[in-house]
Design a protein around this ligand. Structure first.
Ligand SMILES: Cc1cc2nc3c(=O)[nH]c(=O)nc-3n(C[C@H](O)[C@H](O)[C@H](O)COP(=O)(O)OP(=O)(O)OC[C@H]3O[C@@H](n4cnc5c(N)ncnc54)[C@H](O)[C@@H]3O)c2cc1C
Ligand code: HEM
Length: 392
């Protein structure tokens, strides 16, 4: 069964669902219902999953970080969420292809997929008890096979390197929480503005995290990253406080389609929360090079004035370019001349933005809230662009 055949085809005329599609809907329902049963114990399920995986394929232990206590649910949680999204074909398929491509940096090979599938089913079986029926088992096995198959196809189709090495050439703290880091890759990384990459640093080996380049590809190949340290964050705190010039990083394959999907030439609204500004800066960098850039309304938001790093630079850009307007947004109203409220509040207070395309970047919660408020306000779904799949 292919991903296409596994799920509902939106072009299919009403009432003409094939038996295969009905089966696909049933698969999705069985997966969601059965996962809802084990979800309250997901920590134990993840623990069991890893125990099985490392028993049947001991070589996979070395692919994961040393300290599994902290990370236990990261990969397992992502895996399950993706399998549950099996009916979101149009977005899931390209995402899985690039996830597969990106997994080469973990040294994942084909036989590992079988072991992971076996461990996943074993863990679900144990914690579902009587609710683990033959039909449920088949549903999970089919869905996993489809997801793993698309990832493997994506990996096989890419002949580029699994990762790029780079050296930190600049580390500049902008505040106690945010730092700008500039990395010089040994070979240029072929990313597009608005994409993100995962990185691994010497301070936190095998703990890969996503970061968004804040500049479009440059002549010298350097990539600028904006990093915010999050409370209790393993990697972000190390990056902001302990990065050293000369550190060697590994950089994974570029991912995401925030800007790639946007083929229109309409004016733009950009909604950026916190370091969600980084991909917007990369897109702005590309627009600066155009002879006729579209008009851009950039809303840059945070809890308070202190969160709006690089606001001065943005204001300077807006002075230089008549096509750019910058509106700072703070929840506590602490930015003089800015708007008070959350990003969704402020952006939708301007109406539906007919005639504009909207790019959104920031925390998953902010993206979700902004998308749903905009849809209620009358913005249509085809006007809105964001990366919906990142799972951490
Ligand atoms: C597509 C994408 C692009 C990203 N781009 C950037 C970027 O350009 N710059 C950047 O700084 N980060 C970016 N991130 C976030 C980054 O990948 C890490 O998730 C973040 O730095 C936290 O990692 P950590 O190891 O410090 O925290 P972890 O050790 O993984 O998590 C520690 C705790 O912090 C919580 N936590 C995780 N993230 C946040 C958060 N943002 N706010 C509050 N609590 C959190 C976790 O739930 C956990 O409880 C991006 C994420 C995605 C998905
Ligand atoms: C259907 C199959 C799979 C899916 C959907 C999947 C999904 C994911 C996702 C979303 C992440 C987190 C994002 C990232 O850091 O890039 C991740 C991390 C990871 N995956 Fe996979 N994966 C799959 C198969 C595998 C296999 C077969 C292996 C090999 C054993 C593997 C090893 C890893 C490792 C080592 C990490 C990083 C460690 C961590 O952050 O916990 N994955 N996976």
């Amino acid at each position: 069964m292919t991903l296409n055949a596994a799920i509902d085809d939106p072009d299919e005329h009403e009432g003409q669902h094939s038996a295969q599609q009905q089966r696909a809907e049933r698969v999705v329902q069985l997966i969601r219902d059965s996962f809802a049963v084990v979800e309250p114990r997901s920590d134990e399920v993840a623990r069991y999953f890893y125990a099985v995986l490392f028993t049947i394929a001991p070589e996979t232990r070395d692919l994961f970080p040393v300290n599994m206590e902290v990370q236990r649910s990261r990969f397992f949680g992502a895996l399950v969420r993706i399998v549950q999204m099996i009916d979101n074909r149009q977005e899931l398929e390209p995402y899985l292809r690039q996830l597969g491509r990106d997994h080469r940096k973990f040294d994942v090979v084909e036989r590992h997929f079988e072991a992971v599938g076996t461990a996943l089913l074993a863990a679900l079986k144990r914690y579902l008890g009587d609710e683990w029926t033959e039909e449920v088992e088949r549903a999970w096995a089919d869905a996993y096979a489809i997801v793993a198959g698309v990832m493997q196809e994506g990996a096989a189709a890419d002949s580029g390197p699994a990762w790029w090495a780079g050296t930190v050439v600049e580390h500049r703290k902008l505040s106690s929480k945010v730092a700008v880091l500039r990395v010089q890759p040994d070979e240029p990384v072929p990313y597009r503005p608005g994409q993100y990459v995962s990185v691994e640093t010497p301070q936190r080996q095998r703990m890969w995290r996503y970061l968004s380049p804040a500049n479009p590809p440059s002549a010298d190949g350097t990539i600028e990253f904006h990093v915010r340290s999050v409370p209790e964050g393993w990697v972000s705190r190390a990056l902001v406080h302990h990065t050293r010039i000369g550190d060697r990083w590994r950089i994974g394959a570029p991912m995401g389609s925030l800007w790639l999907d946007h083929t229109g030439s309409r004016d733009l609204v950009m909604v950026a929360g916190g370091t969600g500004l980084a991909p917007m800066r990369a897109v702005l960098g590309e627009l600066e090079q155009r002879s006729q850039p579209p008009n851009v309304e950039l809303f840059f938001g945070g809890a308070s004035h202190d969160d709006l790093y690089q606001l001065d630079e943005l204001r300077q850009l807006a002075e230089r370019y008549p096509w750019l307007t910058v509106t700072p947004v703070t929840e506590d109203g602490s930015e003089p001349g800015g708007a008070e409220g959350t990003l969704p509040d402020v952006v939708t207070s301007h109406g539906a933005w007919h005639g504009y395309d909207v790019l959104i970047s920031g925390s998953p919660e902010m993206i979700r809230a902004t998308v749903s408020r905009m849809l209620v306000t009358g913005t249509t779904f085809d006007q809105i662009y964001y990366d919906s799949f990142p799972t951490d």
